[in-house]
Design a protein around this ligand. Structure first.
Ligand code: CMC
Length: 377
């Protein structure tokens, strides 16, 4: 009998040059560069260039990349009209998945996987995703969408489209760092989904909408919203210990903790923790941060021995909250960044493609007689 690896744990299903993870030591590198180095020194745009080209850009290359990305910030009128027609109470992840999928309808050549065209499509989807999320959020608040500002960075343009005012340099930088930290992460569930779709030689819009669907789940990108819901439910620092003890006693999964790969502190969480602390102080609202560090402490005492530590979603919830983002925009923020990683992986997949088609171990019956419908009990 074949050995079945439930959840494909430990199965190596692809070679990649995007990100390296050492789950025991808590190391994450993009193309060999430590995530901490990138978070301190890089920008999201430069990080995307790195992932799409496996090297850092020279100045002129980065300028050209920024120019090309900014030129694609605007939404096609069809997508704008579509968003206007969406029910106001729709969930932003469903909106995002639908709008990205619909972009295929206004692409004259949606199915092309020719490398240069594929990259151009990836760039356009990445550039427009912020406008999709912001346009829907503004419309549901009864506000008109704002035209993108092509002089702004990816991070600043998104916050501008959402809020109608340009972010402070601190807010822009904090959001930019969040985008860097979420850009890629090995063969996670949504990236694997994207690579499976790409491996059938399907189009990039199908790749992106499938990956967005996988990301939405609470065991993956949806956990950042789950963290916020948990913080709201707990309500105060004093109630943290009893809440955590009770949840663990009832075998509840604590959102934002644990990881299939990391059995040490997720290096992205280390950085986000610092960011969350700083932003909470800056905005004068430290309650959520204090509750989060209380949960971390209680969880550490209870389950660190089992290798369960905060993951990327734990402190990103407090960070996004401090940046003024609404709860149901947290997972779309993950998608906004991760689109770059999905694209990188699919470019890589197509460069040396083989259909991804694993086996399943059949565990049902054999040689069963066909019973006519009138004789079935
Ligand atoms: N809270 C409490 N116990 C946990 C948690 C948690 N968050 N995560 C794992 N455990 C325990 C689990 O109960 C099990 O214990 P036991 O062996 O006693 O039954 C053990 O750790 C192994 O857990 P598992 O669910 O088999 O591990 P997995 O590798 O299948 O799951 C995970 C990984 C991320 C789905 C899981 O840790 C989880 O559900 N975490 C909460 C959701 C979350 O934060 N997801 C975001 C992941 S990071 C961002 C991303 O990549 O999307």
């Amino acid at each position: 009998m074949a050995v079945v690896s439930k959840g494909l744990e430990g199965i190596v299903a692809a070679e990649t040059q995007m990100s390296f993870i050492d789950g025991e030591k808590g190391v994450l590198e993009y193309v060999g560069i430590a995530i901490d180095e990138l978070a301190r020194n890089s920008t999201f745009e430069e990080t995307v260039f790195l992932l799409w080209n496996q090297r850092l850009p020279r100045k002129a290359e980065l300028d050209a990349f920024n120019k090309a990305l900014r030129a694609q910030y605007d939404l096609p009128p069809f997508i704008d009209g579509l968003i206007a027609a969406f029910p106001k109470n729709a969930q932003p992840m469903h909106v995002l998945r639908t709008a990205v999928s619909a972009m295929a309808l206004v692409d004259p050549n949606p199915n092309s996987i020719e490398p240069a065209e594929y990259r151009a499509k990836a760039l356009a989807i990445l550039a427009k995703t912020g406008a999709i999320i912001a346009a829907f959020d503004r419309r549901r608040r009864g506000l008109e969408p704002i035209k993108p500002d092509h002089s702004l960075s990816f991070a600043a343009n998104f916050l501008y489209l959402l809020n109608g005012s340009k972010p402070t340099p601190t807010m822009e930088r904090a959001f930019d760092v969040c985008m860097i930290l979420h850009a890629d992460h090995g063969l996670n569930a949504s990236t694997f989904t994207g690579r499976v779709i790409a491996s059938t030689l399907s189009d990039i819009y199908s790749v992106m909408s499938g990956a967005i669907g996988a990301l939405r789940g609470p065991l993956h990108g949806g956990a950042n919203e789950g963290v916020m819901v948990m913080l709201e439910e707990i309500g105060s620092v004093e109630k943290v210990d009893a809440w955590v003890d009770d949840a663990l006693k009832n075998k509840k999964k604590i959102m934002g903790f644990g990881h299939r790969v990391y059995k040490a502190y997720d290096p992205r969480a280390t950085y986000l923790k610092t960011l969350a602390e700083q932003l909470s102080k800056d905005t004068g609202n430290e309650k959520l941060y204090q509750m989060s560090s209380g949960i971390e402490k209680r969880m550490h005492d209870a389950v660190a021995a089992k290798g369960i530590y905060p993951n990327v979603d734990f402190y990103s919830a407090t960070t996004y909250h401090a940046l003024g983002l609404k709860l149901d925009l947290f997972t779309p923020m993950f998608a906004l960044s991760r689109i770059s990683g999905w694209a990188a992986h699919c470019i890589e997949q197509l460069a040396a493609n083989r259909l991804i088609r694993p086996d399943a171990e059949y565990t049902g019956p054999h040689e069963v007689d066909y019973t006519p419908i009138d004789r079935r009990g």
